[in-house]
Design a protein around this ligand. Sequence first.
Ligand code: IMP
Length: 428
Amino acid sequence: MPTLAIIGAQWGDEGKGKITDALTAKADVVVRFQGGNNAGHTIQFGQKKYAFHLLPSGSLHPEKVNVLANGMVIDPLALLSEFRLLDREAISTKNILVSNRAHVVMPFHRDLDAFEEHQKLNRIGTTLKGIGPTYQDKIGRRGLRMVDFLNDGRFRRYLKETLPYVHRVLGDYLAKPYNENELFERMSGARQRLAQHIADTSLFLNQALEEGKKILFEGAQGTMLCLDHGTYPYVTSSSPTAASIPLGVGMAPKHINRVLAITKAYSTRVGEGPMVSQIEGPLEAHIRDVGHEFGTTTGRARRIGYFDAVALRHAHRINGFSHLAITLLDVLTGIHPLKIVVGYRHQGELLDAFPASTDVLEACEMVTIELPGFDEDISKVTTYEALPENAKAYVEKISALSNIPLGIVSVGPDRAQTLYLEDNLFEG
Ligand code: IMP
């Protein structure tokens, strides 16, 4: 019953979509278990680039089953437009399943998100997709699940009860109040299309396990944005860690066999919040330019930093990574020297763990080591052994500092630009 979890070890955007897509060939089922269309995965296949926000990255492989599980929050209008994208490419959506227990993001959740950002003294810099307010409604036991969204009576009752509350909270912030009938109508196309895809995905996944199917769990965002273990409050409203998989899919924890950490060869972050490894100046501009470091969902310029081994050790403690996938190594060509953050210093003292306090984090200075860089274009290298010695020394140093064995090194956006150090990540 092999399973593999793909988890972001940084602040999201680590290249999880590409790695999931590359590993999908070895899987039967691909599952998203948290978050919603705050995520953005760009997958390059041949000359074409696909951007998905909700659909699992295995959706380009129509023979695989792709599951949007109960831990997700799903905007039906956004999902409908992703279905249409696949329709246009004549890629079947037949094998896409959506959990009947997943919560629905309504248009007013996006307004609530914008309103909260507007109100907050400390802006989070959210993606404004309504993710936080939908999870708040879920926890507040006033949310809408897919199973009820499909039911006319339930959906109408939900709108009747919820709209007055939304209007009270938003007040004049809304240019025009929502109309129950209009909103009901606006959702009808999505409800019709989704009806064929809604299922008890926990039952499906447990059955798939019994049949010995290989299941890939695709995390969205990254561990440092975890509601519990990230840089709170500058986090997302779910837990993008391996611990959230059993709950988010309806499966026993013992089935989470292997956890692959995805990390860039440097650091990036979008939105507000502390980032000890952040750099500014020409190197920042160079990495942003070469790495195309602009958000897939919001288009915002990402903040850039040196590779942060302190954050990776923190993420490893929480997730228990079995292997490391280091992405975007090619972006570091021509940078001399290469630096890695190996410690945080606070008021002259070296910290031994990632601090909880935002104030402490903001006052920390990075402690770095330097390694020699490399000048070769590595984007066409097809085996790990063929990488320049300095490139290998760099990724091996990251592996040694975090005590996680290397599994994959990625040297470009295409599936073919993936170097495997471990053949069987599901069981190896
Ligand atoms: P939210 O998830 O839209 O509520 O945003 C909360 C924080 O998480 C913000 O700093 C976002 O920029 C960040 N965030 C959310 N989703 C992603 C992602 O997929 N990649 C990177 N950052 C993200």
